[in-house]
Design a protein around this ligand. Sequence first.
Ligand code: FAD
Length: 548
Amino acid sequence: MPAPYRATDPVDFLVVGSGAAGGSVAKELSQAGFDVVVLEQGPYLTEKDFTHDELKFVFQNYLINDIRKQPQTYRTTAAETASRDLRMVYGRQVGGGTVHFNSNYWRFLELDFRERSLWGGIPGTGFSDWPITYSDLEPYYTKAEYDIGVSGLAGANPFEGPRSQPYPLPPMPVKSSGVLFERGARKLGLRPFPAPVAILSRDYRGRTACKHCGYCPRFGCEFASKSSALATVIRMAERTKRCEVRADSYVSRIETDSQGRVTGAAYFDARRKERFQKAKAVVVCANGAETPRLLLMSHSNRFPHGLANSSGLVGKYLMYDLGTLVSGLFEHPLNDHKSIDVTRVVFDYYAADRRRGFYGGGGIDCRFGSNPITHAILGVPPDLPQWGSEWKGLVGEYFTHTMSSLAHATSLPMESNRIDLDPVLKDAWGLPAMRVTYRRHPDDIANMKFLLARQREILEAAGARKVWDLGPDDLSYSVHLMGTCRMGADPAASVVDKYHRAHDVPNLFVVDGSSFVTSGRQQPTATIQALAYRAAAHMIESAKRGEV
Ligand SMILES: Cc1cc2nc3c(=O)[nH]c(=O)nc-3n(C[C@H](O)[C@H](O)[C@H](O)COP(=O)(O)OP(=O)(O)OC[C@H]3O[C@@H](n4cnc5c(N)ncnc54)[C@H](O)[C@@H]3O)c2cc1C
């Protein structure tokens, strides 16, 4: 039965969300011969829609979820009343966040999957091992890297687990920030290496190499050189003629029958008309924030606390994006606004170390990451004039002479940190708004302070004339959405099994950052995509055996 499909004909798999996870699952399932419909709430944009209009893409959040239509509320503990705020940021179009992401594409290390065994328990947290290991996931990291096109240097990261294949593409050329960062890091005895990125350093499988325009973060790539789900797996899926990507389709609930099996999903189309797509199985890939919201909205008499939520853990153990930013001003021009965001990283502080006195660690990169208007607003250090002719002169100097370093830090899983449904606020479709409850563990804060000090050391060793940071206090929002439907063997302590099948519902799968048990050091997309390939392989085998 070729696409497009009729709503009344049950397709084999209905996928909710078309980002890194949904796109990869749809590609694998359709290539295996299954009929797939992908429901994506956002529009179907293509390369011709991607310009360098900074006002539109950065300040009007053209590619990001719009809180005027889908508001969120936030509080730090359950004792507070949550107030309106944007806390969970994600890409809302076909391709999801991969359309505008910075494209840092880090595999997790072997230790990331068994940190509880290595470190022991941490009071007040749900710190646990994953039910899978790095070697379970390795073939799927490789498959994803080759399918989408990832640039990097195998063996350069001294901490990386074994790989079955080198990267398909050589690393991107080093930028000024990378040269200086490498110099500073080496002076300190650290081992920097070329950053792996989901951007093409050379032409690859019909797509053209990066043109170094400097408009990656928050922008879509007009050359399709960014290896987004849109430019890669979505198109591969559509080429099978067995996958229909239905944009502007906002899923409001997943329906179940009297046996407790899912039957399909109700959604609003572009005209806000309610529709229903029948399916034999549903795969929820709506990301670490929207997936738990959708499961909670899908409550019924049989599942009164939300779908797949007999453990009560749907939405819980949210892990946040804990990054620390340090900037440095250099004597000579760097012009680091050109080309991709990040070209060098160090993992020397990645593993937790008891001598530090707390649990935690992080990867540290170097970057610039601002376009002209953003830089004019944020780029001059707070101790200098922010107004008038003196400020104008500083803007020019700092734009050309500055680089920054971002550390990507651990975020401990705590049951009290969660996504649930706001009891009062509704979105523009009349659905309950997302409520976010989050506060950091004391070890998270200690770790951020530790990493800030290491970042300062590197920039100083690199020769910065002035180094500044905004402290460990910026918790404004999270773009790396992890936890909330954790995977595990015990149905009482997890939401999905190690193949992403819901413990409570045999034909429901949940595949995205929500299944993460621990946060790694963020940059979750490579792992989300590897998990999606692994989950799809299992779905294909199970479906062929008639077990879905
Ligand atoms: C500015 C920014 C920079 C980033 N940079 C990096 C980086 O350098 N490296 C890295 O690893 N990660 C980065 N990320 C994170 C990265 O974008 C995500 O990890 C990745 O996109 C997650 O993939 P996903 O498939 O789980 O979810 P998403 O990509 O968020 O896809 C989920 C999709 O589901 C859709 N959806 C949600 N709810 C519904 C519903 N009810 N009905 C229908 N559709 C729905 C959404 O619109 C979305 O398109 C960045 C994120 C942001 C915002």
